[in-house]
Each structure stands twice: as structure tokens, then as C-alpha cells.
Design a protein around this ligand. Structure first.
Ligand code: FMN
Length: 446
């Protein structure tokens, strides 16, 4: 059994995780729709032997674009561009199970897998924000449980389509393919009756067997969905205890689906602000913070909590009680409230602690301090690695690759070379066998 290896992705949030990152002199405000920016960041991550780049996404303008750059270009197109300009780095794109069709998603990610030599991953999200729902004829997000029920069936169909070709897809001059009954996917109110396709995917099997399935959403429904289908999860954890508890829970749930616990790579988010000294790192954090308008932070916090911003008084604690809105992003809601309640923070102190974010942990320090923290979480079993969110891109990632990665490598925690060529190889995941493999392939004329 090879020793456990640390896994690192970069969550490529356009100019960086800080809402003010685009305002720094060495940042390009247009980076969020500059494909060259994504390619440059991916090449830095590849130089650092990272597992993957990760693109969050939702099909809407769902941030205050009067204050900051925002998630914009369609992720699989960006990833295809990166695929053509890199050789090893994994390519994970976030695509909603609520506002798409299984056939198109299966086809897109298997095509990306062929285009990249087996490096694609699909982050399956249910998309909680109301802005997206309005772009698809709905007046609000689907109810939380309904979103996840659909996500489970949607993913079941996508996986069946991934498997709809035998591994040896071309036997002689005939393609062996399988028909997939996709009629059981939930109808969505605005789409009327069941929609279904009854044909195999029209793309031969992915070079890595299947694109890797990733998930993000730590509510009870989210964990159940992840336990059933995810091979990697992007999580939110503020302490080693929280991380260990989540990992234990998820692995127990996976066992109930007869999946081994180590078949899921657990990657909490980690925002990084690095300085050659602690004081320099703190100065960098202060500079970024001073450039975040307080109105933006209040609006963002109100959005996470799904409350009226006027209920947030800067020098008072959060309203109490603060009910969990049924349709919120439960993970970010709870993560944010936990930070506030644990530290007995006023709203002003909370938004400073969040750094304009949604509750992910932020670490500010020297390369050694950051490597120590990563090692502690990894060895405690609180994380298999991290979805890194550098404060500013590309400079924050460059500093991480040049100063923190060598420390992790010198400690034997992180790869010094890619051992394989696919995303599965990087994550240490098995190549899945097609669910149809045991049956003799029907031969359909090519
Ligand atoms: C760490 C993390 C990252 C997420 N990223 C996205 C994203 O990029 N796009 C999206 O539509 N939803 C995203 N979500 C939301 C969830 O995928 C999902 O839509 C859900 O409703 C919120 O999850 P939860 O209620 O299980 O916490 C993210 C959730 C978490 C916890």
C-alpha cells in the first residue's frame, strides 16, 4: 500500500479569493474573462505538481458585479482550452444538476476527457442561488431536498451513460455499445413530463474509465449524495475536529452504499495569504481587506444568511435566533454562523474574519506555518488535501508553488513528479469497471 499522498487543487476564483484581488496593481480586472489568465494559472499549478485546477460556477450573475469581478465563462470551455496547453494537471468543472440534462453533461465531460488524455472531473452541484433559477424559467431555487433527489437520479443517469460503452469500445470495425434507460430522471416542473434518452452516449468510453465525479455540499442531503456518487468532495471545515468528524461521517455513509471509505478524496477549502514573515503576511491581508467595501461584505453576508441586510448591525452580533433558510446553501450558512457564535463576534468582526468570503478557513502566515498547518490537518485525517484559494491569482499561487510546495515535498507529503497521466492517477482513484462489463457486449453497427 503506497503511503498516503497529499492532494492539492487550486480553486481558480478568477482574480483570487479576496473580493478586492482584482484591484491590486499587478492584477488584471479583466482576468475573469481572459482565457489566457486561466491558462497561466493552470500552468503554474502544473509546475507545482498540483492534482487539478477547480472551476466553481453557477449559470447566473450571482455576485455584486458593481464591486468585483465574478464567475463568468462556461467552465468546460475554459478547461478544454487549458487541456490544450497543459499535459498533467487535472481539470475539474462545476456544472449544475438542476439546470442541465444528463446526456449533455455526460457527453461534455467524456469529450473533455478525450481532449485531455483522461484529466476531466465533474463537480456536481445542485445550485442554491435564486439568480440561476430565474435564468431557467423558475421563480426561485428548487426546494433543497428536491434538488438533491434530482441530483441523485441525474448522476445515476450520467454514470450509466459514462458506462454505456465497453472498455474495449472498438472491437474490429464494430463499436460495442449499450442502451441506457434514462427514463427515470425526475421531471422538473418547468420541463413538464419525464424527459429521457434511450441511447448510448455517442462518445466512446473515457480514457480514465469515467471522468471523476466531485461534489460540494455538506448538508445531510449533500453528504448522502456524496456518499453515493462522489469520488472527491470540496468541503468547508474551520477546525481539525470539524474535518475529522466530517470525514468519519462521510466514510460511514459511503460504507452504507457498499463503497470503501478511501474511495472519496476529502478536500476542504483553504484560503492562503503568504508572507516571508508573519508581519508581511498580515500586512498583505490588511491591504486586501482595506480594499473591500463594507457594503459589499454586508451584502455578501446577507446573501449567505438569506436575510435582509438591514438586519445586520455592524457593531452588534448576528440576529439570534437565525433560522436556517430551507433553500440556502446549508454548508456556508452553518459555517458562517459557527464562526460568529464561536468567537462571539459582532457583524463587523465577522465580515473581517470571513475576508469577504463564505466561511472557508483563511490562513495567514509564512510558508513554514502554512506547511505545518497542512501537515497537521493531513496527518490528523481531517483532510486528504485542500482546494486551495490563493488570495490573489496568479501571484498568490506562484508564491505557494515556489515556497510551500518544496517544504511539503521535502517532508515526503507531496509528489515531486506526476506518477501517472490521468486525474484518477493523481487522486489515487481506481479505474471504474463499466456496470455492463460482465455482460457480453451487444454489437451495434458502427
Ligand atoms: C464548498 C462548496 C462549494 C460550492 N460551490 C458551488 C458552485 O460553484 N456552484 C454552485 O452552484 N453551488 C455550489 N455549492 C452549493 C452546493 O453544491 C449545493 O448547491 C447546495 O445546495 C449547497 O449545499 P448544501 O446545502 O448541501 O450545503 C457549493 C457548496 C459548497 C459547500
Amino acid at each position: 500500500m503506497s503511503p498516503r499522498q497529499l492532494h492539492l487543487n487550486v480553486n481558480l476564483l478568477h482574480s483570487g479569493v479576496y473580493p478586492s484581488a482584482w484591484r491590486l496593481p499587478d492584477s488584471d480586472p479583466r482576468a475573469f474573462f481572459d482565457l489566457g489568465h486561466y491558462v497561466r494559472v493552470a500552468q503554474i499549478a502544473e509546475r507545482g505538481k498540483f492534482d487539478a485546477i477547480f472551476l466553481a460556477d453557477s449559470p447566473a450573475v450571482n455576485d455584486r458585479i458593481d464591486y468585483r469581478s465574478f464567475t463568468s465563462m462556461e467552465p468546460t470551455i475554459v478547461l478544454a482550452t487549458v487541456a490544450a496547453t497543459t499535459r498533467h494537471i487535472g481539470l475539474i468543472g462545476t456544472v449544475s444538476t438542476t439546470y442541465n440534462e444528463p446526456y449533455n453533461i455526460a457527453r461534455r465531460f467524456v469529450t473533455l476527457d478525450h481532449a485531455s488524455g483522461g484529466r476531466s472531473g465533474w463537480n456536481a452541484v445542485t445550485t442554491a442561488d435564486a439568480a440561476s433559477s430565474r435564468n431557467f424559467g423558475l421563480t426561485g431555487a428548487l426546494e433543497h431536498k428536491a434538488r438533491y433527489e434530482r441530483a441523485k437520479e441525474f448522476t445515476e443517469v450520467v454514470h450509466a451513460l459514462f458506462d454505456s460503452w465497453e472498455d474495449d469500445a472498438f472491437v474490429g470495425d464494430k463499436a460495442s455499445a449499450r442502451f441506457v434507460d434514462t427514463s427515470k430522471v425526475h421531471p422538473i416542473a418547468h420541463r413538464g413530463p419525464h424527459y429521457s434518452v434511450a441511447g448510448p452516449l455517442n462518445v466512446p468510453r473515457s480514457p480514465q474509465g469515467r471522468p471523476v465525479t466531485v461534489q460540494a455540499g455538506g448538508s445531510n442531503d449533500g453528504r448522502d449524495f456524496a456518499a453515493a456518487y462522489a469520488e472527491a468532495v470540496f468541503t468547508l471545515a474551520q477546525s481539525i475536529e470539524e474535518g475529522v468528524a466530517y470525514a468519519r461521517d462521510l466514510r460511514a455513509r459511503a460504507a452504507s452504499y457498499r463503497r470503501s471509505g478511501d474511495s472519496i478524496v476529502i478536500l476542504p477549502g483553504l484560503a492562503t495569504v503568504i508572507g516571508s514573515t508573519e508581519a508581511e503576511a498580515k500586512r498583505r491581508q490588511d491591504e486586501l481587506w482595506e480594499l473591500v467595501p463594507i457594503e459589499y461584505s454586508l451584502a455578501r453576508l446577507a446573501g449567505t444568511l438569506q436575510i435582509d441586510p438591514t438586519l445586520l448591525e455592524l457593531d452588534k452580533p448576528l440576529p439570534d435566533p437565525l433560522p436556517l433558510p430551507v433553500n440556502a446553501n446549508h454548508t456556508m450558512f452553518q459555517g458562517t454562523v459557527n464562526i460568529a457564535r464561536r468567537g462571539n463576534l459582532t457583524v463587523r468582526q465577522l465580515i473581517r474574519a470571513l475576508g469577504g468570503g463564505v466561511g472557508h478557513r483563511i490562513i495567514v502566515g509564512t510558508p513554514e506555518q502554512i506547511a505545518d498547518d497542512i501537515e497537521a490537518w493531513f496527518k490528523a485525517g481531517a483532510a486528504d488535501g485542500f482546494n486551495l484559494m490563493p488570495d490573489v491569482l496568479p501571484s498568490g499561487l506562484e508564491t505557494f508553488v515556489d515556497t510551500v510546495v518544496p517544504i511539503l515535498q521535502s517532508r515526503g507529503l507531496f509528489r515531486t513528479e506526476y506518477a501517472g497521466s490521468t486525474l484518477r492517477d493523481h487522486f489515487g482513484l481506481q479505474r471504474p469497471v463499466s456496470r455492463y462489463a460482465k455482460r457480453s457486449p451487444e454489437v451495434a453497427s458502427a
